[in-house]
Design a protein around this ligand. Structure first.
Ligand SMILES: C[S@@+](CC[C@H](N)C(=O)[O-])C[C@H]1O[C@@H](n2cnc3c(N)ncnc32)[C@H](O)[C@@H]1O
Length: 249
């Protein structure tokens, strides 16, 4: 898929898990959705399979789908017993039907228009059993965060076992309110020498709560729960996240 939203993962795939360390709360949230009556699970935009592998260890039969070959090959290397499929979340067709579809870590924000998001929601719906659920998390747009461009913001400093040294991640962001696209540039540099290790540009569309709820309803979903945090705090206008569980009607 020729898209900046996949390119970033191709460029930073080796560092992906180190850059996103500390997601135990997310994993517990998704893992708790698996039960005796909810075992067939599709992980959309599965990346390196961080969520998928937790669901599999909770007893689910998991399929992971992602548009990045590089991310999928890492997933395959780490978790060979899970089925990994290359595909676009806006247009995939599997014969399988699932009790649960998940799409974690803001991945729906990589879809750049409402039409693309609607296409993905329709695809999800078609792949769910009649009362199946779709669970995902995205950010809750913050006017304060989006209101001003940011430059050289240090996001993370960590010892990278992949690079064998201390790395620092810097971020620039620019928000285009007309398109609702947040443009994000990442630079990963060696902490000591400042030498550049990797860089990447990506786009995250801002999905506002009212618009999201309308698109979900139009795609044939009913809201089961909306949280503002992975600890299941109910969603509020000031929440950092929108964590949603919907059911197919
Ligand atoms: C933030 S990562 C999330 C990965 C995984 N869900 C996790 O929690 O670690 C976003 C993923 O979305 C994938 N992606 C972006 N656009 C996509 C699309 N249209 N279809 C399928 N995957 C896509 C990227 O390749 C990347 O692996």
């Amino acid at each position: 898929l020729d898209s900046p939203s996949v390119g970033i993962y191709e460029d930073l795939a080796d560092f992906y898990e180190e850059l996103h360390a500390g997601r135990e709360k997310d994993f517990l949230f998704y893992r708790a959705l698996v039960s005796d009556s909810c075992v067939r699970v599709l992980d959309l935009a599965c990346g390196t399979g961080e969520i998928a592998s937790r669901l599999a260890s909770a007893g689910a039969t998991v399929t992971g789908l992602d548009a990045s070959e590089t991310m999928l090959s890492l997933a395959q290397e780490r978790h060979a017993s899970i089925r990994w499929l290359l595909g676009d979340m806006r247009a995939f067709q599997l014969v399988d039907r699932f009790d649960l579809v998940v799409c974690g870590l803001n991945s729906l924000q990589h879809l750049e228009t409402d039409a693309h998001l609607a296409a993905a929601l329709n695809c999800v719906r078609e792949h769910l059993v009649s009362d199946g659920r779709f669970a995902f998390d995205i950010f809750n747009p913050s006017n304060m965060f989006l209101g001003a461009d940011r430059h050289d913001v240090m996001m993370r400093r960590f010892f990278s076992t992949v690079a064998g040294r201390e790395l620092v991640l810097y971020e620039d962001t620019h928000y285009n309110a007309a398109t609702a696209l947040l443009h994000i540039d990442w630079r990963l540099v060696e902490a000591v020498s400042g030498r550049r290790v990797a860089e990447s540009r990506s786009i995250m569309r801002q999905i506002f709560p009212a618009g999201l709820d309308a698109l979900l309803a139009a795609a044939g979903f009913v809201m089961e729960a909306k949280y503002g945090d992975f600890d299941r705090t109910p969603f509020a206008p000031s929440s950092a996240k929108q964590i949603v569980v919907v059911r197919r009607t």
